[in-house]
Each structure stands twice: as C-alpha cells, then as structure tokens.
Design a protein around this ligand. Structure first.
Ligand code: MF3
Ligand code: CO
Ligand code: CO
Length: 275
C-alpha cells in the first residue's frame, strides 16, 4: 500500500460489512439516544416563525452541553449541525434565517458522535396546520420506514428492506427516491452496506447479527427524480413535488433488531388530529 493509499485507508469502503459486538451496541445505544433527545427538543421548538438556523443552533448547543459532536459539522465542507429539508427539498437542506411558515413540513436530520459512535436519525415536523396531502405523505413515509425495519433480522437480505418499502409506498402513487440511500454506521459516518430503499427480496448481502445501519427512505408525492442545487448540497424534487423522510439507526440482533434512535418522549411521528 502506498503512502497516499494508507492515508485514505480508514475512510475507504472495504466491501465487507463490519459486525459489532456488545461494546458497539452499548456505544450506539448512547449515541442514538442522545440524537433522539435532540430531535425531541426540536419537536418542542418547531412552529411558524422559527428559522431552521434556530433549530440548528439548538442542536449544536445541546450537543456541546452533552459532550457530543455533530457529525455533519465540517463534514466534506458542510458547515451546519443539522440538515433541514423543507417541502420539496428531499434532503441536505442547509439551515438559514428564513422563518418556517404555517403549512410547511420540515425534515430535521441529526447525527451526534458520542465517544466515537455515530447516532443518525431524522424526523418530519409539521409547521402548524398542514394540508391533508402532506399528512398522508408523512404517514406513508413513516410507515414505510417501519416496514423496512420490520425486515431486519438474521437471514433476511438487504434487498428485503427496499422491497418492503417500495411495495408499501407505490400503491399510494407516491415514489421512492433512488439517488440517496441508507448506510452502514458505527464509528464511521457512512460505511458499507448501502441500504437502497427499493429492491427485490433475496438480493444483496444477508443480514447477520452485529450489523449496524440506517434506514432512511425519502418518499415523494410526485416523481422520484431529484436534482442538487448550485450550493452543492440541497437536493430537491425535479417536479417540485412534496418530499418526506424519516431515519432510524438499527442494529441486527440474534432474534431481530434494535432501534437505537427511538424517541424517549414518544415523539416518533406527528399525530394528526383528524385521523
Ligand atoms: N445525516 C445524513 C444521513 O442520513 C448525512 C448528512 S451529510 C451532510 O446520512 F453533509 F449533508 F450533512
Ligand atoms: Co443517514
Ligand atoms: Co441522517
């Protein structure tokens, strides 16, 4: 291995999926729970008139107060502690000073590093009263993530997760984004394997106890196609249709899976009064 290769080696994907032991699961539990606590705080802040910059500041200060580091800060030139993706923004929206408006839906994506372990999770937040079609999108997106998670047990394959998500979403005439996927996570932010949110049962690597990864489907009301804006980050739907995303970090256990990023306060998904 040359010097240049050696320097990049810890960042490079090896094509093999790491299996974590009890210490890894303990580390991920701590990181996942702190991330979930941060998202619970966001739940209590979001309202019309609040800016995404204020959300970002809250998460940064919470991380600092708890000895954690936001993984996105200075990651590949990104300069914020969160991604905040409003309405037709699919993912990687950059927080700014513009106030949220009644009827918006915003995804807040947080990854906190605690003692070297990365807890990665995102949720959708309705801003005041939102249109019925937005409520339906949020419900379908949350349920699709949970159907993907329900596939996670030893003996299933990575493709089973995508298949479950795709089979659930498409009958609603909504679409699954192809251009971004879930990922292995642990002491590295983005590791093997890729978790694509569409697929065929039996495809891809077999799930084994000790694997840790995210499931983070992005679902659009319109077509699945996205484009990245000139800031180099913000991904939007090409047809400007509404997009939503939820994300959990999970670990494969002997019998099924553990969700590391469950909300301590039960703020798993928005509850709509007219349901
Ligand atoms: N948290 C995102 C994920 O789920 C990654 C954001 S990377 C950033 O993988 F640089 F855009 F912040
Ligand atoms: Co992720
Ligand atoms: Co994330």
């Amino acid at each position: 291995m040359s010097y240049v290769e050696a320097a990049g080696a810890p960042l490079r994907k090896t094509g093999h999926i790491k299996l974590h032991g009890p210490e890894g699961f303990a580390g991920m539990r701590k990181a996942g729970q702190l991330t979930a606590q941060a998202l619970d705080l966001v739940h209590e802040l979001v309202a019309p008139g609040v800016s995404t910059e204020a959300i970002d500041r809250l998460v940064f200060e919470f991380a600092m107060d708890h000895g954690a580091l936001p993984a996105t800060l200075m990651y590949r030139g990104y300069r914020k502690s969160t991604c905040t993706s409003i309405n037709h923004v699919v993912c990687h929206g950059i927080p700014n000073d513009k106030p949220l408006r009644e009827g918006d839906v915003v995804n807040v994506d947080v990854t906190l590093i605690v003692e070297g372990w990365y807890g990665d999770s995102s949720r959708m937040y309705p801003v005041g009263e939102i249109p019925r079609r937005a409520e339906r999108l949020l419900d379908v997106t949350y349920e699709s993530m949970m159907r993907g998670i329900a596939e996670v047990k030893p003996g299933r394959h990575v493709g089973d997760i995508g298949a479950a998500i795709q089979e659930f979403v498409e009958p609603f005439h909504m679409s699954v984004v192809r251009d971004f996927c879930g990922h292995g996570v642990g002491q590295i932010f983005h590791d093997e394997p890729n978790i694509v949110h569409v697929g065929r049962r039996g495809d891809g690597p077999e799930l084994l106890p000790g694997m840790i990864f995210t499931i983070e489907p992005m679902i659009n009301l319109g077509r699945p196609h996205v484009k990245v804006l000139s800031d180099g980050w913000t991904a939007v739907t090409r047809d400007r249709s509404l997009s939503a995303q939820f994300e959990h970090t999970v670990g494969v256990t002997e019998t099924g899976c553990e969700i590391f990023t469950l909300s301590p306060k039960g703020y798993h998904k928005p509850i709509f009064s007219n349901d």
